[in-house]
Ligand binder design. Sequence first.
Ligand code: HT7
Ligand code: ZN
Length: 859
Amino acid sequence: PVTIRREDYQPFGWLVPEVALDFDLGLETTRVTARLTLARNAKAPRAEAIRLNGDELEPVSVKRDGEVVNDWHRDGADLIVPLSGDAHALEIVTEVAPAKNTKLMGLYASSGMLCTQCEAEGFRRITFFPDRPDVLSTYRVRMSGDKATFPVLLSNGNPEASGEGDNGTHWAEWHDPWPKPSYLFALVAGDLVANSSSFTTMSGREVALNIYVREGDLPRTGHAMDSLKASMRWDEETFGREYDLDVFNIVAVSDFNMGAMENKGLNVFNTKYVLADPETATDADFDAVAGVIAHEYFHNWSGNRVTCRDWFQLSLKEGFTVLRDQLFSQYMGSDAVKRIEDVRVLRAAQFPEDSGPLAHPIRPDSYREISNFYTATVYNKGAEVIRMMRTMAGEEAFRKGSDLYFDRHDGEAATCEDFVRAMEDGAGLDLKQFRLWYSQAGTPKVRAQLTHEGNTATLHLSQIVPPTPGQPEKQPMPIPLKVALFDRASGERGEEHLLVLDKEEASFAFAGFAALPALSINRGFSAPVSIEREVAREELVFLAAHDDDPFARYEAMQDLIVGHLVDAIEGRLDEAQRAAGRADIAGALGAVLRDAALDDLMRGELLVLPGEGYLAEQQTVADPGKIHAERRALRAYLGAQLASDFTALYERAAKVPFALDAEASGARKIKTQALVYLAASDPARAAELAAQQYDMADNMTDRQGALMVLAGLDSPERTHKLLDFYNRYQGNALVIDKWFALQAGSLHPNVLEHVRALAKHPDFTLSNPNRVRSLYMAMAVNPQAFHAADGAGYAMIADLILALDPINPQTAARFVPPLGRWRRIEPLRAEQMRAQLERIAAAGNLSRDTQEQVARSLG
Ligand code: HT7
Ligand code: ZN
């Protein structure tokens, strides 16, 4: 397979200012006529032909300047047409088979409707085209099809005309005045109904808003609509960005490879991120809907109006847009809790990427299949990198930088370098060395040591950026760290400082401390690094109780537990030390349970034990069995030790009536957490409580929480409630996804047996990505199941990859990274993981997606 390199970028030889597409729609066959106007690109070397990308396409006919021609040839899947003049018109006819398109890229059928997914390289599965993000065109789209099958016909931009045709057909024409790359093209045709509303923009323009869904789903679209309006207003107020078409349409589809897609004026969404009501969606689902609606809407500027020059620049739109959606969610809900959640996601998904065989910079240097680079590094670390610029500049200056970026590059296909330059010029930052964050992979490790002499405390910092594949040596990066020192006697905090560590090592002195203060470092998680320091447990207990920065308080709690667990797992504690460590944790957690000043959403964060993956990350080579056992034992200990506190908390929270506000959702959060701790120490009592919670639940958060606890227990209630849940929600695909996921992600000792049986359930199918993820991704991230000592979990995931790859390679390839962690796992399991990767590699006919991921994981 060909490796594409960033350094090889060349502008395309032709401009394609206008594209007209004519679709004769059918589920089995759709005929596409594409008319392209072409002009030589003066900024590119002269070309005597045009390369039009294709994927599984055959040309039905090719016309150049109105004449049928046969002088074209094929180069692999691409079509090469000779062009000798400075301007030409091309007309190309292709036929596609949407119902057979199981890859869900290009034009495909989903539950009787037609829809498209073109990012990154799906447009070439519809028609031959220069399918690259730096070719911008205005699109006019005409669709015709059977009116009964496709009563709704949608495309990008504004609707221009529609009418009736022969034999029960009808047609519609859409025009998008904003030049866009082909990856932003979309078409939807189907039997849909809309939740319709409107929004008046800051300059007084009225925009029609529609959320299209299947008829029965209409009552569950209200939250998405509210979130859309809130996003539109927030983007005007926070970034000065106004919407720019007469309509904004969203369509929900149930077969979708990712979360959603920001096609210009016609966002296509996975139903999971549109539909929500209290009966069928949890509080976390509500938040996810708001976050993804915002994310896609924000792309209208960060991605669509200013797009990417090439796919190496993906973080330009994704990192920036993730930051924008994170800030929006911080504003809409609890600022502190959202920040903690985002860091938890980064640590769970991105840190392992950065320390494994798939590590890459946020702006990669090469790829074979771009779909493999829609990663936590490009998205989440990309967001952290821009957040650091915001922290260093301050909010006001950052806004000047983003305004300049949008003004300078509106209508262009830009680069990460363009963004950085706009930040330098607009925000007044010097980002010369900071650019290393774009080119170097790996999570920097910062060592911190605080000393004290006289009345001065000195902070000694040093950094190491670990080697990553292809990058054995690294340069020091500028690392902005927010720090504060606390007087331990009075609990008072000194001033907060923003220190930038830009060398291998540096020291910073703070006067005015009569004794060694407590150090609060990387407050707000100001830099995406790991802090390494030897710190006394008393200091962490102090910070867990006193730190006024919510993230730092959470971090102190986490560090306290991580430090203890890692010591215990690595056999460094005798019984007395172990008991003392556990007692300290119980003391700190008990204080959290009883702290009346804490709101329950934040209390819920402080109660979360560090995940097994994160614990594994703290070790050079991890034994997942030991980690699981030690963490589980700690939870049981805490559940027993603090049983009366957890019971009191549970009883208080259970009295709070259902509402969608912070107080009630906080109560729901801690209620289930209390149940989890109680289940670990007293399973019989917890099963009783959980069954009761399940029966009394008037919302999905409580019902799912109770069922999650029951799914991990060996009690008769488990069987009853799982059956009840299935019967109650049969037919609601998103809720049945939860039913699969709860069982595959459970703490039950026979979870692999359950997954095997569920794979044969009549509701299971490999053709729906949500269903596949709900069963197998839930299992792959369940350490006890995935890391089963006999290797059965690894074999199951490898079997899945091999079965899914011919159907949906993008989704199949996403299951490779868990196996790719083998070098960081103890030797017996590592060998089993590697052997499964070898087995996949040896299979013939692997997709480019899976092949690339397996090769990199073994390499
Ligand atoms: N920009 C969107 C990317 C996307 C995608 C990529 C590959 C294959 C399928 C896909 N669906 C959507 C999503 C986003 O970040 O907004
Ligand atoms: Zn995005």
